[in-house]
Design a protein around this ligand. Structure first.
Ligand SMILES: [Zn+2]
Length: 232
């Protein structure tokens, strides 16, 4: 069932390791098939080195396992909340990558200081408020999804395809599992650059709006000009 989607999820999970975003069993990636409304996700606690396509768990949007013998990632409920609310996304990646997580631990957003950031994110990568004791105690992973949704109330998740969760880490998303990992990787890189910028120049100002507009829109706007037209 959904073999192609499971392969994409497997490869995207392995890409997290390759890109230095996770160690041990940290992190997870999922993808959704919007037609069947089924989600393929990494199993919980399985080392990346032995992970194979049959280990990928398929669940429905209620979190019930429909294929696979392993337990899904403990973060499953967060993924499901995001898939239900952000109906244009197809993949989600969760990491505790170092620099981005340092911002999450400082409860600080990653400000857009330059064009690298502007090529991917139309503004700051926000950080949610920390979860309350009740939210942590009951439905922790579900509450994590909800606090991300609340943070994006006035924000297009396709224009800002990542969020920091206060005192926790990164959730990034995209049209596919591959794109979600790509955005998680760029989030880490932007966090590193922002950290260095703030270290070199405390109080540094974010990029001017017109330059942010230019860079984001030439890659993502209606008249995007980045890349090649057609298949070359
Ligand atoms: Zn986590």
């Amino acid at each position: 069932m959904l073999t192609k989607l499971k392969e994409q999820v497997l490869n995207a999970n392995l890409e997290l390791v390759k890109n230095g975003l996770v160690i041990y069993t940290w992190g997870n990636v999922s993808a959704i098939d919007r037609k069947t409304r089924l989600v393929a996700i990494k199993p919980s606690g399985i080392a990346y080195s032995i992970l194979n396509v049959d280990d990928i768990v398929v669940v429905n949007l209620d979190g019930q396992v429909v294929e696979g013998i392993l337990n899904p990632s403990v973060d499953l409920q967060t993924h499901l909340v995001l898939y239900k609310k952000f109906d244009k996304i197809g993949g989600i990646a969760h990491t505790h990558s170092t620099y981005a997580t340092a911002y999450a631990q400082a409860n600080k957003s990653i400000l857009p200081y330059g064009t690298t950031h502007a090529d991917y994110f139309y503004g700051e990568i926000p950080c949610t408020r920390p979860l309350t004791e009740d939210e942590v105690e009951y439905n922790y992973e579900y509450s994590t999804g909800k606090v991300i949704i609340r943070t994006f109330e006035n924000c297009d998740p396709l224009a800002i395809p990542a969020c920091l969760v206060g005192n926790h880490g990164v959730f990034a998303w995209g049209e596919s599992a591959e794109e979600a990992v790509h955005n998680a990787t760029v989030t880490e890189q932007c966090a590193k650059m922002a950290y260095l910028t703030e270290t070199l120049c405390p109080g540094a100002k974010p990029i001017d709006q017109y330059l942010l507009d230019k860079h984001f829109n030439r890659k993502h706007g209606k008249n995007a000009s980045y890349g090649q037209k057609g298949s070359l």
